[in-house]
Structures are given as C-alpha cells and as structure tokens.
Design a protein around this ligand. Structure first.
Ligand SMILES: Cc1cc2nc3c(=O)[nH]c(=O)nc-3n(C[C@H](O)[C@H](O)[C@H](O)COP(=O)(O)OP(=O)(O)OC[C@H]3O[C@@H](n4cnc5c(N)ncnc54)[C@H](O)[C@@H]3O)c2cc1C
Length: 393
C-alpha cells in the first residue's frame, strides 16, 4: 500500500492550508461566537473551488478524486476552518452533490450539480426523521405517485443546511411492503409546493452550520426528480455516500486535530507555573504525545479508506472502523486540549473550547458509535444485517 502523495497533491494541500489560514480562519471567531452561518467564508470557499471539488469539470467541478478531496478538507480543517463550516460543506458537496453526480441522470447533473459546484445553490440531505434515526430504514415519509408527480408527506429532522438550502436529496417510502427495498430518493427544491423549513435548531457545537427540520405537506415533486431507481434510491444513495462521508467529512476533523496539537504545544511552552513552562511537566508532555498518537493513527486509517475507494475496493468495514476510531479518539484529543489550557480552555474565546463541543457530534452524526460497533462486529461474524445498518447516514 502506497499512501505517498504526488507533487500535485502536496502542492494542493499546501495551497488549501494557506488559503484556510489566511482567508478563512480570521473570519471564524466572530461567527462562532454569534453561532451564525459564516457567509463570507462560504463564498470564499466557493470562489476557491471547494464546493465542486470531486465533480467532473463538465459540471463545474475540479475533477478531484476522493483522496485529493480528502487532502483538501484535511488542509481546510488544519488551516482553521470551523467544524461547522466543514459540516455544511459535507452536507452540500458530499451528501447532496455526490449522489446526484454518481446516481443522477444527465439532466439532473446538468441542472443541479453545476449549481452546487458554483454554490449558486446550497445543498442538503434529508434522511433522519423524528422517529427514525439509527434505524434509517424505518423512515415514515411517504412518496405517492400521482400523474407525473410524487406527493411527499412527512418530516425530516436535524437537517444540516436546512434553513439555508435550495435543494435537498430526500429519502421517502414508495412501497411500504417492500421495507428497505421500497425506499426511494428524490431531489427536492425549496420552492416546490408543499415544502417548508422548520425553525432553526440551537446546537451544542458546530454552531457555524445551520440545522432544522424539513416539512413535506403534500409536497409536489416532479417524477423526473426521482434519484436512482424506484425502491432502490435509498440503497443506491446510501452506498454512494457512505465511504465518501466517512472519509472526506472526517478529514476536516483530522486536520483540526493537527491544529489543536500546534495550539496546545505553543500554549504549553508559553504558560508558566511554578516558575517553569508547563511544557516541562511530564503530565502535560504525555497528553501532547497521546494527542499526536491519536492524530497519526487517525490519519493513517482515514487515508487507507480513501485509498481503498480510489482503487474501487469495498471499504465498508474500514470506513466504520475509521469513523469509530477517529470520532471517539477525537473526543479524547479535544479533552486533552482543554485540560492543557486549564481554566482558559473553558473560556469561549479559546478555540479548544469550541473544539471540545464540536467533537461530540462525531460520535452521533453519520451513524452513532454504537451503530459503527454493530456494523464492525457483524461484519467480523459475517452477519447480513450489517449491510442495512451501514446505510445509516
Ligand atoms: C448537528 C447534527 C446534524 C445532522 N445532520 C443531518 C443531516 O444533514 N441529514 C440527516 O439525515 N441527518 C442528520 N443528522 C442526524 C444524525 O445522523 C442522527 O442524529 C443519528 O443518526 C442518530 O439518530 P438519532 O438522533 O435519532 O438517535 P437514535 O437512533 O434515537 O439513538 C439514540 C441512542 O440509541 C442508540 N441506538 C440506537 N439503535 C441502536 C442499536 N441498534 N444498537 C445499539 N445502540 C443503538 C444510539 O447509538 C444512541 O446512543 C444530524 C444530527 C445532528 C445532531
């Protein structure tokens, strides 16, 4: 296995890091403090070409492969983009854009992918419902064919980019009898009759992304907006985004780990207690060493998933291991970062405080830690149910 980066990838990584450090990071504190979506940073990311990074050039993208996309997001997180901003990018580019690119018709790609790549429109993904979270195949939102339209009824919960999105990939039941083989995917525009957005939800962390419910009340969706085959959309979309989500979305967090280590090692050198830098205390050194170990292992495991995907190998087991390890160890790293800062780490103006709150989402969103453990153990034992749970986003 060769994970070494090409000259182009190294140059790309350095360029994105500098862009993030110089153009994005200075904007973050203000929006993090206010808990608002950072429009100026979003626009800069769009101008820089981040929104369509993996899509083919004919749809306005940059044609980057999964590994290069991951490298870009890692560098963005390392440079200082907040977790919330990267989460919004993930919902837009990976959860909405990638399935349209890989499952959509030519017309759908021309119509929607170009707008997503340019960020003229913001995308999102609606799977979770008030009563269907980990049990994704338990969705209750229905889609009934009526003439040349599908009529959607139901509610989606915790939808990233809900309040600001123009277009959503939405999962709904088209044939209840067929269970998970009767669930389809649709591309829904915010202006379709019967679509509305619930109130913005107030979150613990990732406060620079916006989250809300999506409500469908006899929502009229043109039949040509079905994404993938009827009854298979859920499986097709789930399969497409799963490993992308579990590599590229985690990459920003792994980049954030590198930033936290740099911040903490500088702080440890600067902060004096008992007449010495706290960096001279072995207990502080041990925490930094452990943070580095977590970062190094996370990086390796994440690159392995991207390498497997790039080489068209199935990576469901590795993607679940990667998600579980990076998010749980990421929480530990965030805890060390606050601890090294002492009382200052508990104060809102310190990025390690945001990092601590942001890190918790990792073990919940995109399939909880418990679900990842189920998938891993079932795959070890070759049990079929793992496949179904793997579809959870
Ligand atoms: C900030 C944020 C953004 C999000 N963005 C999106 C989005 O853009 N689109 C989208 O569709 N969803 C989104 N989600 C939803 C997210 O994917 C779900 O919250 C997650 O899948 C868990 O579902 P739940 O919250 O209903 O928890 P539940 O499924 O109710 O789980 C509650 C607890 O029970 C455990 N549990 C459940 N089933 C099992 C089992 N079989 N074995 C062991 N333990 C189990 C869980 O692990 C958890 O600890 C977002 C969530 C948040 C918080």
């Amino acid at each position: 296995m060769d994970y070494s980066l090409t000259e182009e990838q190294l140059a790309f990584r350095d360029a994105v890091y500098k862009f993030s450090r110089n153009e994005i990071m200075p904007l973050m504190e203000e929006y993090e403090t206010r808990g608002e979506f950072p429009w100026p940073a979003w626009k800069k990311m769009a101008e820089y070409g981040m929104m369509g990074l993996p899509f083919p050039e004919e749809y306005g993208g940059a044609g980057a492969d999964i590994l290069t996309t991951l490298i870009g997001m890692e560098a963005l997180g390392h440079g200082g983009a907040t977790a919330g901003l990267c989460l919004s990018w993930g919902a837009h580019t990976v959860l909405c854009g990638v399935p349209i690119w890989l499952v959509g018709t030519e017309e759908q790609k021309k119509k929607y992918l170009t707008k997503i790549a340019s960020a003229e429109w913001i995308g999102g993904f609606g799977l979770t419902e008030p009563g269907a979270g980990s049990d994704a195949a338990g969705v209750q939102t229905t889609a009934v064919k009526k003439g040349d339209k599908y009529i959607l009824n139901g509610t989606k919960m915790f939808i990233t980019n809900g309040p600001i999105g123009n277009v959503f990939v939405v999962i709904a039941v088209t044939n209840k009898e067929m269970k998970h083989m009767g669930i389809s995917a649709f591309i829904v525009e915010k202006d379709f009759p019967g679509f509305s957005v619930g109130k913005e939800l107030n979150k613990m962390g990732n406060r620079t992304s916006t989250t809300s419910e999506l409500i469908f009340e006899d929502c009229e969706v043109p039949a040509e907006n079905m994404l993938g085959a009827e009854g298979y959309g859920f499986l097709q979309v789930g399969k497409t985004i799963l490993e992308w989500e579990r590599s590229c979305l985690l990459a920003a967090g792994v980049g954030g780990m590198a930033a936290a280590i740099e911040i903490c090692s500088q702080y440890a050198k600067d902060r004096k207690q008992f007449g010495r830098s706290i960096s001279e205390f072995q207990a502080v050194q041990s925490k930094l060493a452990e943070m580095k170990m977590i970062h190094a292992a996370s990086k390796r495991i994440m690159y392995k998933v991207a390498w497997m995907k790039k080489n068209e190998m199935p990576a469901m087991l590795e993607a679940s291991i990667s998600k579980l390890f990076i998010t749980e160890m990421g929480l530990k790293l965030a805890d060390h970062a606050v601890q090294i800062h002492g009382g200052y780490g508990y104060m809102k103006e310190y990025p390690v405080e945001w990092g601590y709150r942001d890190a918790k989402l990792g073990t919940i969103g995109g399939g909880t830690s418990e679900i990842q453990r189920n998938i891993i153990s079932r795959m070890i034992m070759n049990l079929k149910k793992a496949k179904k749970e793997g579809m959870k986003s």
